[in-house]
Design a protein around this ligand. Structure first.
Ligand code: NAD
Length: 478
């Protein structure tokens, strides 16, 4: 079995301690490779490399940086087949989806290469004889800590905007998807990116992630993951007063009104529920379905769930692979059990066929007759489990939707757009999707609402998060 190395300062290195850990194929539970188990000393080495590279990378012109980013996009496309197969092996993503994610990662670099040159500073008119302006600058060395749910695209989502505007980076992939992070490093190593501009180090969150958050020479943390880990990181980062851009947990309400186009809604929502085994931060968390269409919605949901083909990500017919790990499978199955104990109906799902018992599979599941105060409606399941609650005209649907410690996004389905629009201002969330789920490179994602995060990611607004505005004031009459 291959023992991989990490990428620090443009070189492939072992952990200082020489320790490694195994990563696992979630479709079989078998170990597939070993990666370095980094520690504080490795983080320090990576930060020093990133700091040295900052002096080179940040001094390049925007056009020069954009050219390198375009080359990175090309290199990702050239390696797309290999990267997608690895995502299937280490994360369990069906090939077609993984290939799409890889192409999305390339697009992200292209988008940032194209748009970064248009991010400008600002002239501030104050008084005659003076010049005052805001100069946009990179923040410096950014420490990225990312989750396992979308390993390839998430790496690009973090690195592309940060690099585009002149920062250098130390990135820790999720431990369980470390090989994907290291493959990404290999692709970057084939480009003109200066050594040290991106350093990818592997290891557990509690030690490596925490060392990144605490490191005095890291200027900013870009984190995506659970709210609990986010709070720990912010506490670690507070010692050196770092900027923290945080994309955290969610439990997104879905409101299906009596006049909703049910077929259209399920095409979007049920797809999102089962694609990537439901491990999407923007996906449906709990469905509030109007009593008039509740039975019909449930029937149509079952019909959709029956079309999902669960199996080996390598098989062309497979549309849903395993969840990412044994721990996560146990957690999701624990929620299904809890839901039934609490009185929800297991409308669809249940026993796994023998062939799927070895890996970390969870069957597409629908829990109907759920109630707003059940654990399954309150917590983030992050799996292929639809939790469906009936509501009536007597219910305050806004209050139900807003009653959550999270505020990531909300989904509304109605043919009466005016009714949908009336909800927009009062839904206490960062994004509202009406009759769609649309997220593109141009649209920023994320929110500073409740425990779902701080700041934005993606689009021009997200790229600006990785810059600082320096005020320059000149009295030219002196
Ligand atoms: P997680 O919080 O367990 O881990 C995320 C990363 O943090 C991993 O790399 C992990 O190794 C690291 N980590 C763990 N403990 C740490 C510590 N003490 N210090 C520093 N780093 C540490 O999250 P996960 O289980 O990988 O991902 C699922 C979660 O991510 C869900 O809650 C989901 O909602 C959230 N998520 C949010 C978004 C968003 O855009 N808001 C996107 C994707 C996922």
């Amino acid at each position: 079995m291959q023992i991989h190395k990490m990428y620090i300062g443009g070189r492939w290195v072992e952990a200082e301690s020489g320790k490694t850990f195994a990563t696992v194929n979630p479709s079989t539970g078998e170990e597939i490779g070993f990666v370095p188990c980094a520690g504080e000393a490795d983080v320090d080495k990576a930060v020093k490399a990133a700091r040295a590279a900052f002096n080179i990378w940040s001094k390049k012109t925007q056009a020069e940086r954009s050219k390198v980013l375009m080359k990175i996009a090309e290199a990702i496309r050239a390696n797309a087949d290999e990267l997608a197969k690895l995502e299937g092996l280490e994360h369990g993503t069906p090939y077609k989806d993984a290939f799409g994610a890889t192409m999305g990662a390339a697009d992200k670099f292209e988008y940032c290469a194209g748009t970064a040159p248009t991010l400008m500073g600002q002239h501030i008119p104050v008084k005659d004889g003076t010049l005052s302006y805001l100069q946009r600058e990179p923040v410096g060395v950014i420490g990225f800590i990312i989750p396992w749910n979308l390993p390839t695209i998430m790496t690009a989502v973090k690195l592309a905007p940060a690099l585009a505007v002149g920062n250098t980076c130390v990135l820790k992939p999720p431990s369980i998807n470390s090989m994907i992070g290291l493959k990404f490093a290999e692709i970057l190593s084939q480009t003109d990116l200066p050594p040290g501009a991106v350093n990818i180090i592997t290891g557990p969150g509690g030690s490596v992630g925490s060392a990144i958050a605490k490191h005095p020479d890291i200027d900013c943390i870009g984190f995506t993951g659970s709210s609990e880990t986010g709070k720990r990181i912010m506490s670690d980062a507070s010692g050196t007063v770092k900027k923290c851009v945080m994309e955290l947990g969610g439990n997104n309400p879905v409101i299906i009104m009596a006049d909703a186009d049910l077929d259209a809604s399920l095409k979007v929502l049920a797809w999102r529920q089962f694609n990537n085994s439901g491990q999407h931060c923007s996906g449906p968390g709990r469905y509030y379905v109007h009593e008039k269409v509740y039975d019909q919605f449930c029937e149509k949901y079952i019909a959709y769930a029956k079309t999902v083909v669960v199996g080996d990500p390598k098989d062309e017919a497979t549309t849903m692979g395993p969840v990412v790990s044994k721990e996560h499978r146990d957690k999701v199955e624990g929620y299904i059990k809890k839901g039934v104990e609490e009185g929800a109906t297991l409308l669809y799902g249940g026993e796994k066929p023998e062939a799927l018992r070895k890996g970390f599979f969870v069957m597409p599941t629908i829990l109907s007759n759920a109630a707003h105060d059940m654990v399954i409606a309150k917590e983030e399941i992050f799996g292929p489990v639809a939790v469906i609650i009936k509501y009536t005209d007597k219910d305050d649907i806004l209050a139900l939707a807003n009653d959550s410690p999270y505020g990531l996004c909300a989904h509304v389905w109605t043919k009466n757009i005016a009714k949908g629009m009336l909800l927009v201002n009062d839904l206490h969330v960062g994004s509202v999707f009406i009759n769609c789920q649309m997220l593109s490179n141009e649209q920023p994602w994320g929110t500073s609402i409740k425990e779902s995060g701080i700041g934005k990611e993606g689009g021009m607004v997200g790229m600006a998060e990785f810059t600082d505005l320096k005020l320059v004031a000149i009295n030219y009459m002196v």
